[in-house]
Design a protein around this ligand. Structure first.
Ligand SMILES: NC(=O)c1ccc[n+]([C@@H]2O[C@H](COP(=O)([O-])OP(=O)(O)OC[C@H]3O[C@@H](n4cnc5c(N)ncnc54)[C@H](O)[C@@H]3O)[C@@H](O)[C@H]2O)c1
Length: 259
């Protein structure tokens, strides 16, 4: 895809399953990539090295803390040269009946998925505003990993669905405010991905697995790789006029099945 080679990409949750698949696609298209993640340094460095020892790097960061992100962006900028694409992808999930959701679990999920996206996107935008404006070319792109449940309630998903619904509105506001400055913002919303926590729950919980198999019209979960290309598309020249919207990659999960 055009417009990705030699760009600088910052991915939170970059050591996770979807983050790794996305990083691979950007690296294959010629970008430099920073994996920003709270996983231990040894693990993060090994992940970056395995992807590409020259053009991928790891920085440790906790997206719930502004100071941690400030340090991560400063280190990333040294490695990348400039920031073109930021992907707010770090995420966590808790499934609990609404009446049992604890205050701690609520704050943890909202903290990573919503506050973490806000803090990451705000820092990214401030850096992108320093990129020179060249004609109609973008100064930068801020992408979010949403979820099909940002539109649809999922049983026992109050904290997770609320966090992704909030993130969707956040992305629209960012898109609206920053479009005149040449910065776009959009969401890739996967459905059920055989990745991360969903994979672990699917493998251990037969009830969940049955529900997933019934809900997805394509009758299977996606792979992380099947989701990754959409991020590349939105950051490429082909996605330059797309802002404030969501690209659903959900195998039809949001279509109501009536049989
Ligand atoms: N797996 C799915 O089915 C699915 C579906 C839709 C959306 N998503 C979203 O995709 C994104 C990536 O999920 P995944 O499936 O790859 O899971 P994953 O657990 O493999 O990856 C998540 C990554 O985020 C990192 N992380 C968590 N808290 C962090 C913090 N405070 N600061 C920095 N990093 C932090 C973790 O260390 C991990 O590497 C999440 O936003 C998730 O909500 C996943």
């Amino acid at each position: 895809m055009q417009g990705i080679a030699n760009t600088g990409v910052f991915i939170t949750g970059g050591c996770g399953d979807i983050g790794q698949a996305v990083a691979k696609r950007f690296l294959a298209a010629g970008a430099r990539v920073v994996l920003a993640d709270m996983r231990p340094a040894a693990q993060g460095r090994a992940a970056a090295k395995a992807l590409d020892p020259q053009r991928a790097a790891y920085v440790r960061c906790d997206v719930t803390r502004a100071a941690s992100l400030d340090r991560a962006f400063a280190a990333a900028l040294k490695f990348l040269g400039r920031l073109d694409t930021a992907i707010c992808n770090a995420g966590t999930v808790t499934n609990q009946p609404f009446v049992d959701v604890t205050e701690e679990a609520w704050h943890r999920v909202l903290g990573v998925n919503l506050t973490g996206s806000f803090l990451t996107a705000q820092r990214a935008a401030r850096l992108m505003l320093k990129n020179p404006r060249r004609g109609t070319a973008r100064r930068g792109t801020i992408l979010f990993t949403g979820s099909w449940v940002q539109h649809m309630p999922w049983p026992q998903g109050s904290s997770y669905c609320a966090s992704k619904g909030g993130q969707q509105m956040l992305a629209k506001i960012i898109a609206q405010e920053l479009a005149p400055h040449g910065i776009t913002a959009a969401i890739v919303a996967p459905g059920m991905v055989y990745a991360g926590l969903t994979k672990k729950i699917y493998d251990r919980d037969r009830h969940f697995a049955k529900l997933v198999d019934k809900v997805v019209p394509l009758l299977r979960m996606s792979t992380a790789e099947e989701v990754a290309g959409s991020f590349l598309f939105l950051a490429s020249d082909d996605g330059a006029y797309i802002t404030g919207t969501t690209l659903l990659v959900d195998g039809g999960a949001t279509l109501v099945r009536r049989e």
